[in-house]
Design a protein around this ligand. Sequence first.
Ligand code: NAP
Ligand code: GLV
Length: 315
Amino acid sequence: MKSVLISLFNKDESIWVKYLENYLPDYKVYRAEVDAYDPEMIDYAVVWKPKEHFFYGLRNLKVVFNTGAGVDNLMKFSQLSEVPIIRIVPEDLKDSMLQYILFSVLYYHRNMHVLEEAQKRRKWITLQEPKAEDINIGILGLGFIGSEIASFLETMKYNVLGWSRTKKVIKGITTFSGKTGLKNMVKKSDILISLLPLTQETKGLVNRDLLEDLPKNNSFKGAFFISCGRGGVQKDDDILWALNKGVLNGATLDVFQNEPLPKKSPLWSHQRIRITPHLAALNNPKDSCELIVEQIMKVEKGEKLNNIVDFTKGY
Ligand code: NAP
Ligand code: GLV
């Protein structure tokens, strides 16, 4: 009998077990922290932030399924350089991220940050918002999620720019790559969105130097930063510094260098920061399990897998 071992940090594993058992009636599904199992008998692993010891003894592991888009938590397991890691990114995860980003972009575009303050002071103010086409939105990361979001925002008439490791061609989007490309894009970005994975190369990329390049004399009198890739890509202290210096006008942060964000962090109470607790886009268990099972069937038939992580690149 084939076996699947699961370990899902902070997720209700029982729902995932139910779907997997339902879709794979001939397989045994074990929960790593709950069930007794023989590690040598495990064929597949389904994980989210597994514990240090999770992979010990899994000598016959065929594939690891990461139940999320970001795989940074798996890069410390050197044994995984030999085992394919598959990112499980269902379509609805992209939809959720799009909703989150759209909401955040519109919040700033329609001056809600100013109007909410005015309401607190019972002030009746009239503000004309800029046209969408006069707002430059720069997206860091044009992968599975970022490229779709770029195209959607473009259909909403925003002027969309995007930066990736390798240069992309996406209809209607001005694309950049490399260090100079990054600088050139950031200089123009009224709203900067991070959708980058956390890797050796992207760690701390959104720092003072980068934030200082953002436009200051645009119609908003400063730029906005929306962070929903990984917290390690930004330096939280530099975001605070940029807001306090007037280098940045506002920030919407879903991800942080340290999660959960410590209670004592000054980010919590900053007037110009909007915080959400890393939930911009969560994996739906049903759709994710369907994708996992689809891929297991492919392995069993010797077919090519999709969405394999490049361990050397780290994403
Ligand atoms: P993806 O398909 O792997 O795309 C990653 C993008 O980042 C690619 O365009 C890649 O460039 C670019 N990139 C990577 N390293 C780079 C570098 N050094 N310089 C410039 N560009 C670089 O990932 P995805 O599915 O779009 O997801 C992106 C990230 O979103 C995930 O890694 C995860 O951390 C985060 N996420 C967060 C949430 C949340 O709830 N907050 C939910 C889902 C995902 P190339 O195209 O040239 O390879
Ligand atoms: C969530 O953060 C993900 O990487 O899917």
